[in-house]
Design a protein around this ligand. Structure first.
Ligand code: FAD
Ligand code: OAA
Length: 336
């Protein structure tokens, strides 16, 4: 048995661990993480599937990450597991104050019914000049992560709660290390390119809101969900504060109520802050770690910024491919 360890139990770590436990019959897979659901960054994310672009990653690769994630989650949304997994289709609008340079982004072919909004529809948003209407997927991680965890255990996976201080330590117990530690990669992988992007949201009771509305500036959004509506948000680079900022909450209510005035009277259920694992380019890459005269395969999968749910399954499949390739080099005759 080849022993694989996945560090991290956010949406990226759990997706990656499930892919590996289900696909690699010759391997035993263990998840090691300091925090699990409901205490990860992934748990509080709005969970909408809507890509932001990474400037130096080929569009082809990003397209593949998104399409694989969309297809995977669509199959769940259309299955009897949908309510338990918290995955469903979500129709709505993305609106812009100025016409964006790219009016037909690469992902527009994969979401459903993508079209430019009509002048009549835009009358609802007098401060905005341009809009896109489409149906995407919303994946609520407080339901989805426990569901993935169960799927992982059903595939024979092991789970351990532990803070890892050094990836090299793990080579005493495991043959392959998969690093999905998000912002934790700053110290675990010594990667100074990864930095926090603080995000604050409110969860409110507003069951009358049926469509999502997102301002293309990326800072204001309204996402209806199963038991609450998420109002956002903030995008604060290099801000490590995990406390709720009352000024941010007021600004969020104000901005969202400008788009949907009835939100002024919505009851606030929770205020939440998370730190996105920001990186100029998401990293899905393998390397060999030199330890006491031999080298150990390490596959990194982190730096998803504001797209951790959006690209979770696609990047997990990529990481699986890297583990497979690395193991083939080590064990050319094994059927993995
Ligand atoms: C307000 C807000 C709204 C968002 N909305 C969306 C959205 O609508 N759509 C979307 O796609 N994305 C959204 N995101 C982004 C999304 O939350 C992240 O991209 C995603 O959560 C990253 O997942 P992750 O698994 O890499 O990290 P995390 O969820 O942070 O998980 C990291 C894991 O690594 C573990 N770990 C770290 N260091 C160590 C260590 N040393 N030892 C052991 N374990 C360690 C942690 O304990 C944890 O289990 C949002 C984020 C915020 C803040
Ligand atoms: O931008 C959005 O619509 C939601 C999101 O991903 C985030 O806040 O990171």
């Amino acid at each position: 048995m080849v022993k694989v360890v996945v560090v991290g139990a956010g949406v990226v770590g759990l997706s990656t661990a499930v892919c590996m436990a289900e696909a690699l019959s010759l391997c035993s897979v263990t998840i090691l993480a300091e925090k699990f659901s409901p205490d990860t960054t992934s748990d509080g994310a709005a969970g909408i599937l809507l890509p932001k672009e990474f400037p130096d990653v080929s569009l082809e690769r990003q397209r593949c990450w998104f399409k694989n994630t969309f297809d995977h989650l669509l199959a769940i949304a259309e299955s009897p597991s949908a309510p338990e997994a918290g995955v469903f289709l979500s129709p709505g609008y993305q609106i812009f104050r100025e016409v964006p340079s790219d009016t037909k982004p690469y992902w527009s072919n994969y979401v459903f019914g993508f079209r430019t909004m009509t002048d009549y529809e835009m009358k609802r948003f007098p401060n905005h000049k341009f809009g896109q209407s489409f149906t995407t997927i919303k994946c609520e991680c407080q339901r989805y992560l426990p569901w993935l965890e169960k799927r992982f255990r059903d595939a024979g996976g092991q789970i351990k709660q532990e803070k890892v201080t050094n990836l090299k330590q793990l080579t005493h117990y495991y043959d392959v290390i998969v690093n999905c530690s998000g912002l934790g990669s700053r110290s675990l992988a010594g990667d100074q390119d990864i930095h926090p992007v603080r995000g604050q949201i409110l969860k409110v009771h507003a069951p009358w809101v049926k469509n999502f509305i997102r301002d293309g500036d990326g800072k204001t959004y309204i996402y209806p969900g199963i038991s609450y509506t998420t109002l956002g948000g903030t995008w604060q680079m290099d801000d490590w504060r995990l406390e709720v900022d009352k000024g941010d909450s007021e600004s969020i209510v104000e901005r969202c109520s400008q788009l949907v005035p009835s939100l002024h009277s919505a009851q606030v259920l929770e205020e939440w802050v998370g730190l996105r694992p920001g990186r100029r380019n998401l990293r899905v890459e393998s390397e060999r770690l030199q330890v006491e005269g031999h080298d150990v395969l390490v596959v990194h999968n982190y730096g998803h910024g504001g797209c951790g749910i959006t690209l979770s399954w696609g990047t997990a499949l990529d990481a699986l491919g890297l583990v497979r390739n690395g193991l083939h080099e080590q064990l050319p005759h094994a059927r993995l």
